[in-house]
Design a protein around this ligand. Structure first.
Ligand SMILES: NC(=O)c1ccc[n+]([C@@H]2O[C@H](COP(=O)([O-])OP(=O)(O)OC[C@H]3O[C@@H](n4cnc5c(N)ncnc54)[C@H](OP(=O)(O)O)[C@@H]3O)[C@@H](O)[C@H]2O)c1
Length: 510
């Protein structure tokens, strides 16, 4: 048994400290991949550095590389040095690294899984992980079934006594409703529902959780958070990068499946839902499910959706190639890199209020935000010329990268006339709080170890989200046409602006 360490960053008298995970370990499948290197391994180190992992913690990497434990330790070390959020502490690192193991093998290899089982049993003995293990699937989705089968065959999916076994699944969870249902059946056949943690890393973001605080801890917003005062809602996730070397993953998937089906529909559900009875996972999900069940697609999908594909152009002073010229892509690919949809929520609170969701690559800048746009004042007792520069009031939740909240409203311009113009009032995390926000993966990995499922979409939410997207995907597939090109560095195809213009609205330029 390794010696217990005392983390110098923790003050044991501080009662506000978050819960610490109990004895446990994580097995990462696909540990050599991009996600593991940039996000998962650094997040595990950051949790250890914050004193939130137990002394009896272990990390096991599983991959095809011919590495031993020391090679693996060096890989984790380099990933942590490059990508961790908190400063490097030799003491924390040394203790953490004592619990590292590497198992070499491919997913079809029974022997490798038997070695994994004996490695975990050994860690239970020497490290004190207590038979509690989370299996993190950071692997291509087509490998999920074989790994699940292997976990069952080797007995790893079955806890004994008080032990727990959990499975963590990365997106994409299926590519339509039928495949998601099939996958849910396969997963639930091996792990019970409460042991399945589906990652939507947006839910791990502080700014997304703050939506709940903003809406339900304040009196200010609730009276106006409805169809009487809200004109429409715009939810945007824009990236300025292209697809780079991720052809295998992205081509055939596209922007709507990659982002709208999961991240944006989750943001929409949190924005539109009723106040939950409590933040108990079951109550929170009940409210999100009610919203997703109430979503209605407009009858004419040609008028209520838009899609595009980036063409070459200039971005950040550099010449960039278009999607069809990217390496590894079919030059005739019809995969969209931009998608916009208009959705309605058929309930009393939101009747007639459109929710516009858009996402794209190679757009003007990297930004994710939720903008609640309010109706104009019913009467303006000013000269028309004095309010020409007055827009609609708006509340903008800046999810990333400049985390915070902006309220836009009209204000008198100093001077002799009654000219009114839009101004912004800002809350910024950087200015209001001294502590930096943890990375989403820190929060989510800790919640997996704690068995706290609130921030993980459940099977019903995933299936309802596909139910919303499937008709749109079918409509686009039937068109069998090339998505409209848009120049890199702009804000998407003209058809998306036209979609808004038909409703007498415009997209925000974040
Ligand atoms: N990257 C992201 O930011 C991101 C974001 C959200 C979701 N995801 C999802 O997370 C997963 C991982 O993403 P990634 O970007 O890390 O992918 P990646 O870089 O392609 O890594 C895939 C990993 O799977 C392993 N693997 C594949 N087939 C295997 C087999 N038959 N036996 C053993 N190992 C095998 C690879 O190991 P080898 O080294 O042996 O090939 C590699 O470690 C994917 O499902 C992706 O959709 C990724």
């Amino acid at each position: 048994m390794s010696t217990e360490y005392v983390n110098p960053l923790r003050d044991p008298r501080d009662k506000r400290l978050p819960r610490i995970a109990g004895p446990s370990g994580i097995v990462i499948f696909g540990v050599t991949g991009d996600l593991s290197r940039k996000k998962l391994m650094p997040a595990i180190y950051d949790l250890a550095n914050r004193g939130l992992l137990p002394p009896g913690f272990a990390l096991v990497g599983f991959a095809r590389r011919d590495w031993d434990n020391e090679d693996f330790s060096k890989v984790v070390h380099d990933a942590v040095r490059e990508h961790a959020r908190t400063p490097f502490s030799e003491q924390v690192w040394r203790h953490l690294a004592e619990g590292f193991r590497f198992v070499q093998g491919s997913f079809g290899d029974d022997d490798a899984f038997d070695t994994l089982a004996s490695t975990l049993a050994d860690l239970d003995r020497v490290r004190g992980t207590g038979g509690n293990h989370a299996f993190y699937f950071s692997i291509p989705p087509n490998a999920f079934p074989v790994v699940l089968q292997q976990l069952r065959r080797s007995g790893l999916a079955d806890p004994h006594g008080d032990e727990w076994r959990r499975v963590v699944i990365e997106k994409p969870f299926g590519h339509d409703l039928a495949s998601a249902q099939e996958l849910n059946t396969i997963v639930n056949d091996v792990f019970p529902k409460e042991s399945v943690f589906r990652i939507d890393h947006y839910l791990g973001k502080e700014t997304v959780q703050n939506l709940l605080a903003l809406r339900f801890a304040n009196q200010l917003y609730e009276p106006i958070w409805n169809a009487n005062y809200v004109d429409h809602v715009q939810i945007t996730m824009a990236e300025d990068i292209g697809i780079g070397g991720r052809a295998g993953y992205y081509d055939g998937i596209g922007a709507a499946r990659d982002v709208i089906q999961n991240h944006l529909l989750q943001l929409m559900a949190l924005t539109a839902m009723e106040e939950p009875v409590s933040f108990d996972p079951k109550n929170l999900r009940t409210e999100k499910i009610k919203v997703l069940s109430a979503v209605r697609l407009p009858a004419d999908l040609g008028q209520a959706t838009a899609r595009g594909q980036y063409a070459g152009g200039w971005q950040g002073g550099q010449k960039v190639v278009g999607y069809l010229e990217e390496e590894g892509f079919s030059p005739t690919s019809k995969t969209e890199t931009y998608a916009a949809v208009k959705l309605l929520v058929d309930n009393r609170r939101w009747a007639g209020v459109p929710f516009y969701l858009r996402t794209g690559k190679r757009l003007g800048k990297r930004v994710t935000e939720i903008a609640v746009i309010f109706k104009r004042a019913p009467h303006l007792p000013f000269a028309r010329t004095d309010t020409e520069e007055l827009g609609s009031n708006a509340l903008v939740i800046r999810v990333q990268p400049d985390e915070g909240v902006t309220i836009r409203f009209g204000s008198k311009v100093p001077g002799p006339s009654m000219e009114v113009r839009d101004v912004n009032m800002d809350f910024s995390y950087g200015q209001s709080f001294t502590e930096a926000s943890p990375e989403a993966y820190e929060r989510l990995i800790l919640d997996v170890l704690l068995g706290e499922p609130s921030l993980f979409p459940q099977d019903e939410e995933v299936e309802l989200s596909w139910k919303i997207l499937d008709p749109i995907e079918r409509y686009w597939a039937k068109l069998n046409s090339q998505p409209e090109p848009y120049t890199a560095g702009t804000w998407g195809p003209a058809s998306s602006d036209a979609m808004m213009a038909r409703d007498g609205r415009v997209w925000r330029r974040p």
